[in-house]
Write a protein that binds this ligand. Structure first.
Ligand code: MG
Length: 296
């Protein structure tokens, strides 16, 4: 649709910048926005997120003025945020997923962190680490924080959300348990390339209800996860409120909200093999598609 604005991060010959999608095939780079506005648009996406007024002006400009467009196919699409200060992942946030892994349904929010070095773009390759075998996917809706949030109530938490993107919480299952010992989530989920994201950021005002979005994960076109974000145990306002009482949330922070049932580990032959392509699609946002490769 013509009036939709999504932020896309891209690179051309190694130089990264961002722009505004005008449809699903073309975008207006930041430096092609009208000159009066262009000077105000910060180089760092994280600084644009809290500036509601500037975002409105950009949106109006995209609708009213004929600006030069660039085809998406001519650039490399990068992760929407390359250097967030935090990536926070909610564990066991869908009842059917907690059941499939034999876990108790959590009564409180459980979370872990992934470092920003896990991030890759929507069509980049996931690299299989030499020390892991059982590589798995977890399709998830990710929330992007727009404003600094500290000890916020659930009733106000959505005001701190900038937007949404698709997230794959890639996991090496064989490193979660080893020698009968639970190793935690950190090692198994923190390898470089283990967080494919994108394909762009959809601002919150374009998504009427983030708790009513279909989410589908396919491996080589075979549907593995088919759910709806309405099935989350802890909803986004409660997640933000809880996290903000632990740590200050900052613009650009990413919160992955958990995965529904259907992970590869719980089915025969379900884990990813080299060459497999895993696609996560979320209604109203789009799809990310990443191949598992080995560099050995
Ligand atoms: Mg997960």
């Amino acid at each position: 649709m013509e009036d939709e604005v999504k932020i896309v991060n891209y690179s051309v010959e190694g130089a990264t910048d961002y722009g505004f999608l005008v449809d699903r095939t073309e975008f207006v780079p930041r430096y092609f926005i009208e000159e009066v506005l262009r000077e105000k648009i910060p180089r760092d996406i994280k600084r644009l997120l809290p500036d509601i007024e500037l975002r409105e002006l950009i949106k109006a400009s995209l609708e009213n003025v004929k600006l030069e467009r660039v085809p998406l196919s001519s650039v490399h699409i990068e992760p929407p945020l390359k250097d967030p200060r935090k990536i926070i992942c909610i564990a066991l946030n869908y009842r059917d997923h907690a059941e499939e892994v034999g876990s108790k349904i959590p009564e409180e929010i459980v979370f872990f962190l992934k470092p920003p070095t896990t991030l890759i773009g929507p069509f980049d390759s996931i690299i299989k680490p030499g020390i892991a075998e059982k590589i798995d996917y977890e399709g998830e809706l990710a929330v992007i924080i727009g404003e600094r949030a500290r000890e916020v109530d659930s009733s106000e938490a959505m005001l701190y959300v900038f937007g949404y993107m698709v997230f794959n919480d890639v996991t090496a299952r064989d490193l979660q348990f080893r020698d009968g010992l639970w190793r935690g989530w950190t090692m198994s989920k923190c390898f470089d390339t283990f967080a494919p994201t994108g394909p762009w950021i959809v601002s919150a005002d374009e998504i009427e209800d983030p708790h009513n979005l279909r989410i589908i994960t396919r491996v080589n076109k075979d549907i593995r996860q088919n759910s709806n974000t309405s099935n989350m145990i802890f909803k986004i306002p409660d997640i933000i409120s809880c996290l903000s009482r632990v740590m200050t949330l900052e613009p650009g922070d990413i919160i992955a909200t958990g995965t529904p049932a259907g992970i590869g580990f719980t089915r025969e032959g379900g884990l990813l093999k080299e060459g497999d392509i895993v696609e996560v699609w979320i209604e109203k946002i789009g799809a990310i598609r990443n191949q598992l490769i080995s560099t050995k």
